[in-house]
Ligand binder design. Structure first.
Ligand code: TRP
Length: 344
């Protein structure tokens, strides 16, 4: 059997935060050991919301590549590329826009959610509306079998599957099974992808308890200087019921504790939980402890990040090499697609 293709993408929103690190990146590090992996920076996706001020997109793309390699992604083992270096994605987007009913895009829950959450941005543009469809194209143009994503991206994966199915149904050859079962077999022109939910799966809360996101201003970046990390943790929300040190709290609803759980040792975590529930410790002491653990956890990464930053043209070289691996696959898909829809 052919090697399974794994693909996932990130918008270049600047530096990675700990939500990315624990959500998807750890998973990517594992996957690159065993599979044929394609990891890309979705600069066109960034444009859908940053269109009116796109000045930072290329710089953020570079930052992200450096974060990835410093975290341990190996450009020799996997393809690390930039979406806009594979223009076949845009061509597929055009073909897919024909078979996709507008209602499918309207009902994607992230569409309304993001528009409400990012009310200060003008997201009434067609490009943003097409966001999930473009994502389907990223996946399908590379012929990916599996897509590791956070839970929040599941509706997008569902759309990708539906679009692939509808495309195959419309343009693939229909044949009767030869085994006499009377079943109809539809030619699979494009691959229907499947999601893989990252191990930690859950949403990592930000400093204010909402999902961690750069655009919400509640993120801790993995490349934050130690003092910045400490300061952020000291400002982190805890259980709002704990007004005073003597008020008992619930660690399950405390964002600080959710962050702690990502890095802490089991026995120590259990102790903090117990102390919180019976008001034996204060939130400030808990914050101090988490801050120090977090700084120590990212020390090794920070060292490597500073090293790769010093290598002249490193990110650019990685992206070029990645595009060299990704494009032929995309071109192959486009050739098949063109043939199927008689634009060949
Ligand atoms: N939508 C993803 C996010 O917001 C980024 C993304 C774009 C992506 N294209 C993709 C993820 C394809 C997986 C596969 O994080």
């Amino acid at each position: 059997m052919a090697q399974q293709i794994i693909l996932t993408g990130y918008r270049p929103t600047g530096k990675l935060h700990i939500g990315h690190w624990f959500g998807n990146l750890q998973n990517m590090l594992e996957l690159q050991k065993e599979y044929d992996c394609y990891f890309f920076i979705a600069d066109w996706h960034a444009l859908t919301s940053e269109w009116s001020d796109s000045t930072h997109i290329s710089e953020y793309t570079r930052e992200m590549v450096l974060d990835w390699v410093a975290a341990g992604l190996d450009p020799e083992k996997c393809a690390i590329y930039r979406q806009s270096d594979v223009p076949e994605v845009a061509e597929l987007n055009l073909y897919f826009s024909m078979v996709t009913p507008m209602s499918w895009l309207e009902r994607v829950p992230t569409y309304k959610e993001q528009k409400e959450n990012l009310a200060d941005k003008d997201l009434g543009n067609v490009g943003f509306f097409l966001y999930p469809l473009l994502m389907s194209c990223d996946i399908i143009v590379l012929g990916a079998d599996h897509v590791p994503v956070g839970e929040d991206q599941l509706p997008h994966l569902e759309l990708a599957r539906e679009v692939a199915r509808r495309f195959n149904y419309t343009y693939g050859k229909h044949e009767m099974a030869t085994d006499g079962s009377g079943e109809e077999i539809i030619e699979q022109v494009v691959v229907e992808p499947e999601a893989i939910i990252s191990k930690t799966g859950a949403r990592v809360p930000g400093l204010d308890g909402r999902k961690m996101s750069k655009s919400y201003g509640n993120a801790i970046f993995i490349s934050d200087e130690p003092d910045v990390m400490r300061k952020k943790i000291m400002s982190c929300m805890t259980d709002p019921a704990r007004q005073r040190k003597t008020d008992p709290g619930d660690p399950n609803i405390c964002p600080l504790h959710q962050i702690h759980k990502l890095i802490g040792k089991d026995d120590e975590l259990a102790k903090w939980e117990e102390d919180c529930r019976c008001a034996a410790c204060g939130c400030v002491a808990h914050k101090r402890a988490v801050a120090e653990e977090l700084v120590a956890y990212f020390e090794e990464f920070s060292k490597r990040r500073r090293e790769v930053e010093q290598i002249e043209g490193y990110a650019e070289r990685i992206l070029e090499e990645g595009a060299r691996k990704a494009r032929p696959r995309a071109q192959e898909t486009i050739a098949k697609v063109r043939k199927a829809i008689h634009i060949d």
